[in-house]
Design a protein around this ligand. Structure first.
Ligand SMILES: [Zn+2]
Length: 469
């Protein structure tokens, strides 16, 4: 099984899912006050790669990611543009999903909005007030962080040093510098909901704890996000779960930032100014390859230079696909090994493929070591291209390289059938349904594909689409 670095434990630990064969994953999503930046692209790709990899191993991933559609920044943006907060949020959310689709990022299984959860957040805050973990001031309701015994676990800091580092205090009614807001009383003209503490809105830290526990239930497997969320956002979520006496995330995962090589992000430097800007000027697959080539816990430089280097590497992969006439298809990392074993006449090749799959899985299971996994795939590309192992083996190795890349969401382009992303997703869901032996759903998805002009062909190790004539 996959091992990941756990921020709470401070080391790499094995993921032992709460329910065998299923991983419940919560990823903190965007605050939709602006268009997505490059860091959002990396974040989305890191978790998309992990999800696809787990699914290729036959594990079902319940992937919940929220959309923060009410927040100080959205209110400020709406005021600046003389529009409503919902207009600002809806417009930026649409841009977000369009960028995710272009990147080939699978939609979360559920994407709850903060504004849909205000009622449940008020209930949770009331419970925390009743239990003595929260108190009311003239500005709203605050959480008393010092009530939580191990507050600072994710921050890796003591309560005292957290207090020292607390920002210049604006609210003198707070009992401690580390206390944080649960409910903000609204100023005139701001969007507001009625509550026992006056009309206002919930603080940001409450939505994720309430939505994750509602949709993924107690003790879900992985809670994740960028390093900037480790403290205070995730620390404060943990604290609230403790106050609510709800077993919370069993594993904390954080990814590193995107860096721009000391240069300020600006149009004049020639660098990308936003995710949309990059997607307009480069192959979206280049960003995925670049993300894969660095470890998720290391900073990543996204510049024209690094993207263009990834583009060159991508061209090598596409050239291999053209040469061997490869159509990318999904890969079943759980079953492939035994399937290859069954082919007696190809025993020599199968043994070789088996060992390549095993080393790929070993690298990915080791805290998602995608740089090593990708470099192993490029070794396969080299072997296939030199043809040293004979023509039949070369073609099988090329197909394997393409299938392993597909299990990470990177699809090589051999110039064959151009499958639209909607049909590719239907095929992926059909593969998952077949693996779960839900043949009724698999047949329904096959019929849906047929209606949109595709015939599904089931081949050893995966399925692919052919145009219906
Ligand atoms: Zn969150």
């Amino acid at each position: 099984m996959l091992s990941l670095h756990d921020t709470a434990a401070g080391k790499v630990t094995e993921i032992v899912p709460r329910e065998s064969g299923k991983v419940a994953l919560y990823v903190c999503g965007p605050t939709v006050y602006d268009v997505p930046h490059l860091g959002h692209g990396r974040s989305a790709l890191v978790y998309d790669v992990m999800r696809r990899y787990l699914e290729a191993k036959g594990i079902q991933v319940d992937h919940v990611s929220n959309v923060t559609d009410i927040d100080d920044k959205i209110i400020q943006r709406a005021a600046e543009e003389d529009r409503s907060t919902s207009e600002v949020a809806e417009e930026n959310e649409a841009v977000w999903w369009a960028a995710m689709d272009q990147l080939g990022v699978l939609r979360p299984t559920e994407a709850p909005h903060a504004t849909e959860y205000v009622g449940q957040m008020i209930e949770a805050i009331a419970k925390m007030v009743d239990a003595g973990f929260a108190y009311e001031t003239q500005f709203g309701v605050y959480f008393s962080a010092e009530m939580v015994r191990d507050y600072g676990l994710l921050a890796k800091q003591s309560l005292e040093s957290l207090k020292m580092g607390a920002r210049v205090e604006r609210d003198p009614t707070k009992r401690s510098l580390v206390d944080f807001v649960l409910w903000k009383r609204a100023k005139p003209g701001e969007p507001a909901w009625a509550s026992p503490w006056g009309s206002g809105r919930p603080g940001w830290h409450t939505e994720c704890v309430v939505m994750s526990l509602d949709l993924l239930k107690d003790g879900f497997d992985i809670h994740s996000g960028g390093l900037d969320l480790q403290f205070p956002h995730h620390e404060n979520e943990r604290a609230q779960a403790a106050a609510l006496q709800r077993p919370f995330a069993r594993h904390w995962m954080h990814h590193a930032f995107v860096e721009i090589a000391g240069e300020k992000m600006s149009k004049s430097s020639g660098n990308y100014t936003s995710l949309a800007d990059l997607l307009e000027r480069a192959d979206p697959r280049a960003l995925r390859l670049l993300v894969l080539q660095s470890h998720y816990r290391s900073p990543l430089e996204v510049t024209e230079e690094t993207i263009s280097a990834a583009g060159v590497a991508l061209a090598r992969l596409d050239a291999m696909a053209r040469r061997f006439g490869i159509t990318p298809r999904g890969m079943d990392l759980a079953c492939d090994r035994s399937e290859h074993e069954q082919k007696g006449d190809h025993r020599a090749i199968s043994e070789e493929l088996k060992s390549h799959i095993a080393s790929f899985v070993r690298r990915m299971d080791d805290d998602l070591d995608t740089p090593a996994a990708i470099s192993g795939i490029f070794d396969l590309v080299r072997t296939a291209n030199t043809g040293a192992s004979g023509p039949e083996s070369a073609s099988a190795i090329a197909q394997l390289a393409a299938s392993l890349l597909a299990s990470l969401g990177l699809f090589v382009n051999g110039g064959g059938e151009d499958v639209d992303s909607e049909s590719a997703d239907l095929l992926r869901r059909r593969d998952l349904a077949r693996r779960a032996k839900d043949f009724q759903l698999a047949d329904r998805l096959r019929d849906e594909l047929y209606d949109s002009g595709w015939v599904v062909e089931d081949l050893p190790g995966g399925s692919e689409l052919r145009r219906r004539h």
